[in-house]
Design a protein around this ligand. Structure first.
Ligand code: ZN
Ligand code: ZN
Length: 352
């Protein structure tokens, strides 16, 4: 029997454009064919193609094909939708509060109600402490964030009793704000020390972050948020009045393996050094006529008297290939232009 149902995969002999497709008797035959022959590539079918043949694929398992939308809904409901019995308060207590329960009281009831009425605003600072958090503190921050994501996934489940779906204790939208303000709350820059305080670094970054993590885990979100709002980025005019220490900035860039920025910060405002009698001796010291390395002697195994006790070392030193600076310059000057071998060959000739 020939019908107008064909396999949607173009490479299949049952595709409409194939040489001799037999056609499918019904939707069910097509579904069985898809599951039997194309199970691994079912995800390639898009929704429009599927709609035209009235089949529905579960995008979560990618190998379940339903013959009607209702059947697919039923499949998703039974296989993929998980429900929960626990309230938001119980979830945040078990996942966030429990690690600090010996040191803090549980403030999550107030925390969740503050979060419900909270309207996120852009932070008052530009750069967080994210590049300064390393090793142990980084682990603590990441663990907290991981726990927070676990909370978000858990609260996203529907309550097992459908009557509770609009209940405040099972509401989820406000908890989803937390990952977005996480960096603002935990990694806000260190507030500047009071002008009266003589000790500039009265709180270390480590202490500050652990303090914030404790506040976060115990649900004191409002306090955290208010503290983060006290930090303001410096204005342009204040930067001009008291410029930051250039060496400290360059060191910070180097600490973060950003050597390009380090070099720029150090060298951006350097003037061109004048060439005069005062600095010529400095240049001569920097570029001496000879470094007196006795490289030729090293190559011939001479000048190794200190190592004569170990014959193997002497032999190893003899075998060393040593080039003197004169030889390097000689070889470089003999290289033919446009013929540089290796990866630069193409770009070099292109530039010419
Ligand atoms: Zn096929
Ligand atoms: Zn499924």
């Amino acid at each position: 029997m020939y019908t107008n149902l064909f396999c949607p995969f173009t490479c299949c002999p049952q595709h409409e454009g194939a040489e001799k497709p037999r056609g499918m008797v019904s939707k069910h035959t097509l579904r069985d064919h898809l599951i039997k022959c194309h199970q691994e590539e079912l995800y390639k079918l898009n929704d429009n193609e599927l709609e035209s043949i009235d089949l529905h694929i579960c995008r979560q398992c990618d190998d379940h094909v339903a013959t009607s939308a209702a059947r697919l809904r039923n499949h998703i409901k039974t296989k993929h939708i998980q429900t929960r019995k626990t309230t938001n308060q119980q979830i945040v207590t078990s996942k966030l509060y429990n690690p600090v329960k010996t040191a803090s009281l549980n403030h999550w009831e107030a925390g969740l109600s503050w979060l419900d009425s909270f309207q996120p605003t852009p932070p008052t600072f530009r750069q967080s402490l994210i590049s300064k958090v390393k090793f142990e503190i980084e682990d603590a921050v990441l663990t907290l964030f991981e726990d927070l994501i676990a909370v978000c996934v858990e609260v996203n489940k529907d309550p097992n009793n459908s009557e509770l779906i609009d209940d405040y204790n099972y509401k989820r939208e406000h908890i989803w704000k937390l990952p977005f303000i996480f960096e603002q709350l935990i990694l806000a820059p260190k507030p500047r020390a009071n002008s009266g305080s003589t000790n500039k670094n009265d709180t270390s970054i480590r202490k500050l972050i652990y303090h914030r993590i404790r506040l976060f885990r115990s649900g004191q979100l409002q306090q955290l948020y208010e503290e983060s709002c006290l930090v303001h980025s410096r204005s342009r005019s204040s930067y001009i009045a008291t410029p930051p220490d250039k060496n400290a900035c360059a060191q910070e860039a180097a600490d973060n393996d950003n050597f390009g920025a380090c070099e720029k910060r150090l060298g951006s405002d350097l003037g061109i050094a004048p060439l005069n009698d005062t600095n010529i001796p400095i240049l001569e010291k920097l570029f001496p006529k000879s470094l007196e390395l006795n490289l030729r002697g090293l190559r011939r195994g001479r000048g190794q008297k200190k190592n004569t006790r170990s014959t193997t070392t002497t032999r190893a030193n003899k075998k060393k290939i040593v080039f003197t600076p004169t030889e390097v310059i000689e070889h470089l000057s003999r290289l033919r232009r446009h013929k540089a071998p290796g990866v630069y060959q193409v770009s070099k000739t292109k530039n010419k």
